[in-house]
Design a binder for this molecule. Structure first.
Ligand SMILES: CC(C)(COP(=O)(O)OP(=O)(O)OC[C@H]1O[C@@H](n2cnc3c(N)ncnc32)[C@H](O)[C@@H]1OP(=O)(O)O)[C@@H](O)C(=O)NCCC(=O)NCCS
Length: 148
């Protein structure tokens, strides 16, 4: 497989990002308006590009002075899943966290999302809290964290 190019997301990626979001999430998907805000509000928003198309997206959030870096969104285009892009994005989250001297990577994942949970566990993330009705649609979440 061609090596994916990671870069900062731009507002011009919005259509492709929304397509991946729609393939990846149900009621809990970000709206176009929310995504536009996330793209323009100074967060770390990365995309992976292959064959001149966006194939994966990742949003990293942090509060000022906090040692916690939050993975707020991670999604791979449905046609490109199972090829290691999820791992590539997560490795980059680790790089960003280490470079920024964060102590913890944290995320909330749907408790029924076995694929994603397996991916996070393979990086050493541990479930730290159950969050009932966390997501829109009433889905429970698992908070998972990786200490760095
Ligand atoms: C979860 C997701 C990001 C994984 O991306 P991906 O590029 O397909 O994952 P990779 O190819 O890098 O696989 C990494 C690991 O994930 C797990 N995995 C991937 N596909 C899987 C599947 N179909 N069944 C079970 N585990 C799977 C495995 O542990 C795999 O490691 P392995 O290949 O060494 O066994 C992708 O499936 C996706 O976008 N899903 C929809 C959105 C989502 O759930 N995002 C996470 C929200 S918190």
């Amino acid at each position: 497989m061609e090596t994916p190019q990671l870069r900062k997301a731009q507002l011009s990626d919005l259509d492709e990002i929304m397509e991946i979001e729609g393939q990846s999430f149900n009621e809990e998907a970000f709206s176009r308006k929310q995504m536009r805000y996330l793209l323009t509000s100074g967060n770390t928003f990365l995309v992976a590009e292959m064959q001149q198309q966006v194939v994966a997206t990742m949003i990293l959030l942090s509060k000022k002075k906090s040692k916690v870096l939050r993975i707020y969104g991670l999604a791979v285009s449905d046609k490109f899943r199972g090829k290691g892009l999820g791992k590539t994005m997560l490795s980059e989250a680790l790089n960003v966290a280490k470079a920024g001297n964060y102590g913890v990577l944290s995320l909330e994942v749907k408790a029924v999302n076995a694929t994603a949970i397996k991916l996070y566990e393979s990086f050493g993330f541990k479930a730290v809290k159950e969050l009932p009705h966390y997501f829109k649609g009433g889905y429970a979440a698992q908070r998972m964290q990786l200490k760095l």
